[in-house]
Design a protein. Structure first.
Length: 82
């Protein structure tokens, strides 16, 4: 008697899983991150206006923060370059 050899099975493919866009929450920055991004962008503008001179990053950040948040921030003399 001859043994029957089983023919190889065909691989079955499954349809790709579809993810509904409405069920996945969008990852957007929150209000705090948005404000920090705006302050950082304005501080960078101030840095560029000064001719990209290093040593004033704290002063630029505080000035940008004052402009964006709309409240005065006292300028500390320790943030100035000597």
């Amino acid at each position: 008697m001859k043994k029957k050899t089983a023919a190889p099975k065909k691989a079955t493919t499954r349809p790709a899983k579809q993810v509904s866009k409405s069920s996945a929450p969008e990852k957007r920055p929150g209000p705090v991150q948005d404000v920090q991004v705006r302050i950082a962008a304005r501080a960078h503008e101030l840095y560029e206006q000064r001719g990209c001179l290093d040593g004033y990053h704290l002063r630029d950040w505080l000035e940008a923060e004052r402009e964006i948040l709309g409240h005065p921030v006292e300028m500390d003399k320790s943030s100035e370059r000597i």
